[in-house]
Design a protein around this ligand. Structure first.
Ligand code: ATP
Ligand code: MG
Length: 200
């Protein structure tokens, strides 16, 4: 793959519904000058989703992935995007620098989904998705193993440490790709170089 000319990386934050993707993306966007690319919002804005015809699950939206890619192609080419979505294999590997698969302990996820009103088949399917590591496998099948990292999100302390690690990774990526220091609020709070990051 030719080296990228982007000076800001694109990061996917993916995982089963309810694991904490949006919570991570919001915090990460606040800590860096990367843009939170909320795919749910893009789907609504461009009207590219259709309600599922499954009578047990009418609230699920089926997204036209080709149209979605058309909508975000320019932003991905510019770089600096934090992609927030419960699928990941549709994004071209040449435009993706890091894939974070957020994971959650089963009991905690069950409580979060129940609190949202998920029940029956929908609750069961989402729990199975997490237990069977569907998103982790999808990420590993679609991207180089080197750029896929699994992050636990069981407690609020996990969010802080995960975001610290990603901020450090972004700083290192920028240095390696001709960018300067991050200019956002508290970037650099954790300045140690952690070469084991992607394996941690
Ligand atoms: N690490 C965590 N510790 C405690 N609570 C968390 C954690 N991560 C997320 N939560 C809580 O879980 C709920 C779901 O989080 P969030 O909306 O970020 O998940 P999501 O993965 O974006 O879900 P969706 O796929 O539906 O968009 C929220 O109420 C959030 O506050
Ligand atoms: Mg979300």
């Amino acid at each position: 793959m030719p080296p990228t000319t982007r000076t800001l990386p694109n990061i996917i934050i993916t995982g089963t519904p309810g694991v904490g993707k949006t919570t991570h993306c919001t915090e990460l966007a606040a800590r860096t000058h990367l843009h939170h690319l909320d795919i749910n919002a893009i789907v609504k804005q461009h009207n590219i989703g259709e309600a599922s015809t499954d009578p047990d699950d009418p609230t699920t939206v089926i997204v036209d992935e080709d149209r979605l890619l058309d909508c975000i192609e320019n932003e991905l080419e510019d770089g600096g995007q934090i992609i927030d979505w419960h699928a990941c294999d549709l994004f071209p590997p040449s435009l993706i620098d890091l894939v974070c698969v957020v994971r959650c302990e089963n009991g905690a996820l069950y409580d979060r989904l129940k609190e949202r009103g998920y029940k029956g088949k929908k609750l069961e399917e989402n729990m199975d998705c997490e237990i069977m590591e569907v998103l982790l496998q999808e990420a590993r099948d679609a991207y180089d193993a080197d750029i896929v990292v699994e992050l636990r999100s069981d407690s609020t302390a996990d969010i802080d440490s995960n975001v610290d690690r990603i901020v450090t990774w972004v700083e290192n990526w920028r240095k390696d790709h001709g960018g300067g220091e991050l200019e956002a609020q508290d970037a650099g709070k954790k300045d140690e170089d952690d070469p084991m990051f992607l394996h941690g």
